[in-house]
Design a protein around this ligand. Structure first.
Ligand SMILES: C[S@@+](CC[C@H](N)C(=O)[O-])C[C@H]1O[C@@H](n2cnc3c(N)ncnc32)[C@H](O)[C@@H]1O
Length: 231
């Protein structure tokens, strides 16, 4: 398991300042992803979905939603949460890699690219290129541009908290993040940042025609979402 995967397996409570933050965060993302679901017959993949506490919003708009999460404890919680929902299944990354070509109409990977090395991202984009249907869409969201990423993320979190009734919890949460091993991991495991041009080039190298979306998925509009198609 990579250091970031184990961080998310055991420390996701550090990232979400309280349950309200976590739930507003996942509801915002689910509403944004739902807007991209092309039809109620669509097969959707959310790769690196995290706790995905509003996944039923996406599943309700689609035929089926596959949630993929590398962190085993997070995955076990997802399996339990959605056990009774036949429109949602939970898979490991390895089981996803074994799926047949053209399995999905929509593939989303949101707020994961920063935790991947350049080689890991390239490998996943190649897999998505294989798994998406010829007329399907791949969305890479929450791509972090270089320069002032941490202060901008902190300001975006405080604004998100102020707009959703958890401002002081967000202040406390930021202090907790500073005290956690997030910053140590940032130095040792690193975070990957991309300019718009660099991510468009990565997507092109993986065989996609790509463009930057007008809005990022989620609350941080300093970050970028990319829409990639095979034709
Ligand atoms: C910030 S969370 C994003 C969760 C959710 N997609 C969201 O937008 O809230 C980052 C996710 O990336 C996953 N992740 C980190 N490193 C990874 C890797 N090398 N391969 C696959 N997933 C990874 C973690 O397990 C975690 O769920």
């Amino acid at each position: 398991m990579s250091d970031w995967i184990s961080f998310y397996d055991f420390k996701h409570s550090v990232i979400y300042v309280n349950a309200r933050h976590r739930d507003v965060h996942y509801r915002t993302i689910a509403e944004d992803i739902r807007a991209y679901v092309p039809s109620t017959s669509a097969k959707v993949l959310d790769y690196g979905c995290g706790e995905a506490t509003s996944a039923e919003l996406v599943a309700d708009a689609a035929d089926h939603l596959t949630l993929v999460e590398a962190a085993p404890n997070v995955r076990a919680a997802l399996s339990q949460r959605y056990a009774a929902n036949p429109k949602i299944s939970v898979r490991t990354p390895d089981a996803t890699a074994a799926l047949p070509d053209a399995s999905f109409d929509l593939i989303v990977m949101h707020s994961v690219a920063q935790y991947l090395s350049a080689a890991e991202l390239a490998r996943l984009l190649t897999m998505f290129r294989r798994l998406v249907k010829p007329d399907g869409l791949v969305i890479i969201g929450d791509v972090v541009p270089p320069h002032l990423a941490a202060p901008r993320a902190a300001i975006a979190l405080l604004r998100f908290g102020a707009a959703n009734g958890f401002f002081w919890a967000a202040v406390g949460g930021l202090l907790r993040i500073f005290a956690s091993d997030y910053l140590r991991l940032k130095k040792t495991a690193g975070l990957s940042h991309y300019t718009e041009a660099a991510m468009l080039e990565k997507l092109k190298s993986a065989g996609f025609k790509a463009e930057r979306a007008p809005r990022n998925i989620g609350h941080n509009q300093r970050r970028m979402t990319f829409l990639a198609r095979t034709r």
